[in-house]
Ligand binder design. Structure first.
Ligand SMILES: NC(=O)c1ccc[n+]([C@@H]2O[C@H](COP(=O)([O-])OP(=O)(O)OC[C@H]3O[C@@H](n4cnc5c(N)ncnc54)[C@H](OP(=O)(O)O)[C@@H]3O)[C@@H](O)[C@H]2O)c1
Length: 348
């Protein structure tokens, strides 16, 4: 089939159009990196297997949320391939077990339903009985662009699942991460953290979504929350060997687009071309940030294509990060009791 030049141009641009602003690159020009930024040898084409080639993760433990699908599954598969004992979290035991059974290596299923904080706390408490330290805590599970406002406990659902559920999980496991020789928390964010987030950042006065709701903006807000959570974690972990980093995986056709109109996902899958990554590439930045010996001291970065990246927006707003932590504590207080791992800002 031949297309006119205009039609060809349109087809080439279509993936960017249909996915923008949802999954596209970060807004604006990135800010310059500091001279000591840990620039690595990999780029957008690298796969999770390539960035971990030669590493022996035997004796290390990892928790991956959202292990049954997309980037999370590939992350679990490759970490286990390199010898790590991976706890694979799925929303049901069936999903987590099926995923763990499909991979080579040591993987143990665990149920984490992020809309149910009792499930999050129970899983964290169980994990604490299974391992005295956790080398990698990978907050990967997520949902995107629910077409209509949905709430959990009165909070907009994307913010709840993508941020609050992981906030409670991390708080309950922080002590185990700190107990590892060099524990790492990896928060899977998105370019939407800048491109789609509300202009004024986290809308603390609209966390219910009731004042106004836009699917993409709510997703962007939740992904900005992933980055701000990382910033505040970094500050709180400063006196330890543990690190926290956020990342955007790229644009990868996965089940994440399940709430998007069918024509958009079709365009992404069929016309994405060089604009998209494979799932093997999509898990590369996560696996690199979780394992690279070169990143032992790197904390508080936002990675893109396996390298630090400064997308701007509110992603470096430390005041907003501190406020987000305080508000998140208030919203989930009844699920945080017993967490000695959440020091107050004064104690940090
Ligand atoms: N794909 C991309 O282009 C892209 C771009 C930027 C950022 N990301 C981020 O990458 C991460 C992984 O996404 P993906 O592309 O791999 O999508 P995916 O294939 O849809 O995987 C998402 C995972 O999250 C789980 N999940 C959803 N709701 C949950 C809940 N309430 N409790 C616990 N787990 C839940 C899903 O479980 P079920 O299968 O049971 O629903 C699934 O395992 C997300 O944080 C996403 O925001 C992806």
């Amino acid at each position: 089939m031949s297309h006119s030049p205009n039609r060809r141009r349109l087809l080439r641009a279509l993936p960017a159009v249909v996915m923008a602003p949802g999954l596209t690159a970060c807004a604006g020009d990135p800010l310059p990196l500091p001279p000591d930024a840990p620039i690595g040898p990999f780029d957008a084409d690298a796969t999770a297997e390539q960035v971990t080639a030669g590493l022996d993760l035997t004796g290390k433990t990892a928790l991956v949320t959202g292990c049954n699908s997309g980037i999370g599954y590939e992350t679990m598969r490759v970490l286990a391939l390199r010898g790590a004992h991976v706890f694979g979290a799925g929303r049901t035991l069936q999903k987590a077990t099926d995923a763990c059974r499909r991979i080579d290596g040591r993987a143990t299923p665990v149920v984490i339903e992020l809309t149910d904080l009792d499930s999050v706390v129970a899983a964290a408490e169980w994990l604490r009985t299974q391992t005295v330290s956790l080398d990698m805590l990978i907050c990967n599970a997520g949902i995107m662009e629910l077409p209509q406002l949905e709430q959990v406990d009165g909070i907009e659902k994307q913010f709840f699942v993508n941020h609050l559920g992981h906030f409670v999980l991390v708080n309950h496991l922080l002590e185990r991460v700190v107990a590892a020789p060099q524990g790492r928390i990896v928060n899977v964010s998105s370019g939407a953290a800048t491109r789609q987030a509300p202009e004024r950042g986290i809308e603390f006065d609209n966390l219910s979504g009731e004042r106004s709701y836009d699917p993409g903006r709510a997703y962007g807000q939740s992904k900005l929350a992933n980055v701000l959570f990382t910033l505040e974690l970094t500050r709180r972990l400063r006196a330890t060997n543990a690190t926290a980093n956020a990342l955007r995986p790229g644009v990868i056709p996965t089940n994440l687009g399940r709430h998007m109109p069918r024509w958009k996902t079709w365009a992404l899958e069929n016309l994405g071309g060089s604009f998209t990554k494979t799932i093997a590439q999509g898990a590369a930045t996560t696996c690199y940030v979780a394992t690279s010996p070169a990143l032992a001291k790197a904390s508080g970065y936002f990675f893109n294509h396996c390298n630090p990246h400064r997308p701007g927006g509110h992603t470096e707003n430390t005041d907003m990060a501190t406020r987000l932590w305080q508000v998140s504590v208030e919203l989930t207080a009844e699920y945080l009791s017993g967490t000695t791992s959440a020091p107050s800002p004064r104690a940090a």
